[in-house]
Design a protein around this ligand. Structure first.
Ligand code: WTA
Length: 658
């Protein structure tokens, strides 16, 4: 990949930690040395420090049957006890766990004592319904406190949850319920989205309906939270209202300790094939890395911080950085039910101001969306409480990074760009605030105790200044333990590519800069090959959004007779640009030249289309596959996972091809 063009690497801005921040930072620079000297000893020490083990472990890592890892295997703990009871026992029962804000403007404050009480009652209900250790429970809920309580109650009794994002269809829910063989579904009548109640229970009914295919349904009960007040159908004997059973259940429940490798959850994620993979995570190692990263990457002070991760619990970020990490650390956090635009674009900033949020963790797509609306909206609010900002989910282009720091962070906050995956369970690559000098656009360095490399196809280290494939070279505590029900697919997908070396293949392209810092370049399937030169979609998108007119850009490699692949770009313009420029006819041409001037002529897009929106999944990922279909003049493929299925027809009419 030596011909990789390095626009991103011309980014030279650097942001050193302020001396005041550095002096008092949670993360200390010596973590790196300690972890390097004895990696397993380091994790053992973190685990003992951060968690309560009912039966202390004596083994750290068992890697005798790779790629199946066991961490702290002879130890026993209860995950929910670690997230709840122990904080109450330590005298922090009155500390707020959840500052919940509903989309219509209602709110609830839940303390650690209250959440513990709710989880104990629910654990008793689950046991009464016949759910026991190892059983699977599907959770299909909006972002309400009951969602967190449900995850923890399932964990408390040693059962396994499978959270399905509330925006997924009945079909997706059905296939996930079937794959996991779930015994119980926890849902709500509906939840609020964009000012309306979006129904959930009807989708559960549909998912559980008899389809005449002879398939045996595993679900015995459906537990329903009343939230949307929408009309729902009722199946007597199967369905139960939460408010009828949970408050009445006994509040006494002793948390039994389970082995460290007891499964905690399954979370489905899309792979390169059509069938979602059920990523399996277990208890002790997962919780160790969740707590360690949450504390050190966000500089967490549980006594004083108000933390807010905007992810939905339907995604892994919502598992590790809404449910498990913050609660294991005894943090106070905001939980918000709705969308950033409701009732008006400043909603998130109203929430930051109202609760005095100090740590904000969100995704680049959201940040670019806010850039599009302009800085006036956030600047009308008092955001001065913010002291650490985080980014996750895709590469953050330097312009968005700098905007985030300037406009949201008041030009002073450290920004942590955190690279990880559903499969890694917790953050793997990130700056440490107060320790690392930040570089906009680079995720930078592996965390202490994590071994990452960038290698070529032959598994050889590429060396500084070169690009290649990101691999994880040593097992880590929160690693996936497999794909539910499919150990072969687990080996094939992640371990076969570098089987000889025993490296985990992440599927991401990356470059090392002259300092050896890591720059993520997007999925390797998003890497284009134009006239024998490798170009990353992220790289060209970054150049496009650095132009004053562009708010968002998506780039795809379309097949081209002459050059193999050609660059095709789709751009969404900034409102401010549109309102101050009447004539945008020549803009596509100007942007093509702009990219050429920023990166090199080879990167000049063959076509640029100005569009009003990009096709995104409900989790905010751009579906480049669909844009590639349009660019190549093909029938557009499956659009069912799009948040808004109309987007593609609008784009096609713009492009004027089938
Ligand atoms: C991408 C989300 C660049 C990457 C936690 C990875 C990132 C995939 C970053 C996993 C980042 C995540 N910089 N790319 N900071 N964080 N990614 O499973 O391609 O939803 O493989 O987990 O998102 O997505 P997933």
């Amino acid at each position: 990949m030596s011909s990789q063009i390095d626009h991103l690497l011309t980014e030279t801005r650097r942001f050193a930690p302020s001396p005041e921040f550095a002096a008092d930072a949670v993360a200390k620079a010596d973590l790196y040395e300690r972890a390097a000297a004895d990696r397993e000893g380091f994790w053992a020490e973190q685990s003992r420090e951060l968690l309560h083990w009912e039966k202390p472990f004596t083994q750290v890592l068992d890697w005798s049957t790779p790629p199946f890892a066991k961490w702290f295997a002879d130890g026993e703990l209860n995950v929910a006890y670690n997230c709840l009871d122990r904080h109450v026992e330590a005298g922090n029962g009155d500390r707020v766990a959840l500052l919940w804000e509903g989309e219509p403007g209602d709110s609830r404050t839940v303390t650690y004592a209250e959440l513990t009480d709710e989880v104990k009652r629910l654990a008793n209900v689950l046991t009464d319904l016949g759910v026991g250790a190892g059983d699977r429970v599907a959770i299909y809920l909006p972002m309400i406190p009951e969602a967190i309580a449900s995850m923890l109650a399932v964990a408390r009794i040693g059962a396994i949850h499978s959270v399905v994002f509330g925006g997924f269809s009945a079909d997706s829910l059905r296939s996930r319920i079937d794959d996991a063989g779930a015994k119980l579904v926890i849902t709500a009548d509906g939840g609020y989205r964009k000012g309306k109640v979006s129904p959930l229970k009807p989708a559960v009914d549909q998912a559980l309906s008899d389809r005449g295919d002879g398939a045996q349904l595993t679900v015995e009960h459906v537990l329903v939270v009343k939230r949307g007040e929408n009309e729902v159908e009722w199946t007597e004997g199967r369905d139960l209202w939460w408010h009828d059973v949970v408050p009445q259940a006994p509040a006494e429940h002793t948390a039994q300790a389970f082995p460290s490798e007891n499964p905690l959850y399954i979370l489905y994620t899309s792979g390169t094939t059509g069938k979602p993979k059920g990523i399996l995570h277990t208890s002790g190692g997962y919780l160790t890395q969740a707590a360690f990263t949450h504390r050190n990457v966000f500089d967490l002070r549980p006594e004083s911080d108000v933390y807010w991760c905007t992810a939905d619990i339907g995604w892994v970020t919502g598992h590790t950085y809404v449910a498990y990490g913050p609660l294991a650390n005894g943090a106070t956090q905001v939980l918000y039910e709705g969308t950033p635009e409701f009732p008006a674009p400043g909603r998130w900033w109203d929430i930051v101001e109202k609760y005095g949020v100090t740590i904000l963790y969100t995704a680049p797509t959201a940040i670019r969306g806010f850039m599009k609306q302009g800085r006036v909206i956030p600047q009308q609010r008092d955001l001065s409480s913010l002291r650490v900002l985080g980014s996750v989910g895709e590469p953050i282009n330097p312009e968005a990074w700098v905007w985030y720091r300037d406009v949201i962070g008041g030009g002073k906050t450290p920004i942590v760009d955190t690279w990880w995956q559903t499969e890694t369970g917790a953050i793997m690559v990130s700056a440490l605030p107060g320790v690392t000098e930040a570089k906009p656009g680079s995720a930078q360095v592996p965390l202490p105790g994590i071994s990452i490399d960038v290698v070529d196809e032959k598994a050889e280290h590429v060396g500084n200044g070169n690009g290649g494939l990101l691999v994880i070279t040593e097992p880590w505590p929160s690693m996936l333990r497999g794909i539910w029900g499919d150990p072969e697919r687990y080996k094939e997908t992640y371990w076969d590519k570098f089987a000889e070396q025993g490296y985990y293949f992440a599927g991401d392209g990356a470059r090392l800069d002259e300092d050896g810092d890591i720059w993520l370049l997007g999925r390797v399937d998003d890497v284009m090959n134009v006239s024998g030169h490798r170009l990353s979609t992220a790289e060209i998108e970054s150049a496009l959004v650095a132009h004053e007119a562009t708010a968002e850009a998506a780039v795809v490699g379309a097949s081209d007779e002459t050059t193999g692949q050609a660059v095709v770009a789709y751009c969404v313009l900034k409102e401010s640009y549109l309102s101050s420029h009447e004539n945008i006819e020549d803009l596509a041409q100007e942007l093509r030249s702009w990219v050429a001037s920023q990166i090199g002529a080879i990167a000049r897009p063959r076509e640029i289309y100005i569009v009003t929106e990009l096709p995104k999944t409900r989790s905010g990922k751009i579906m480049r596959r669909l844009l590639r279909d349009v660019a190549e003049g093909r029938e557009v493929g499956d659009t069912t996972t799009l948040a808004d299925t109309m987007v593609m027809s609008t784009i096609q009419s713009k492009v004027g091809k089938k």
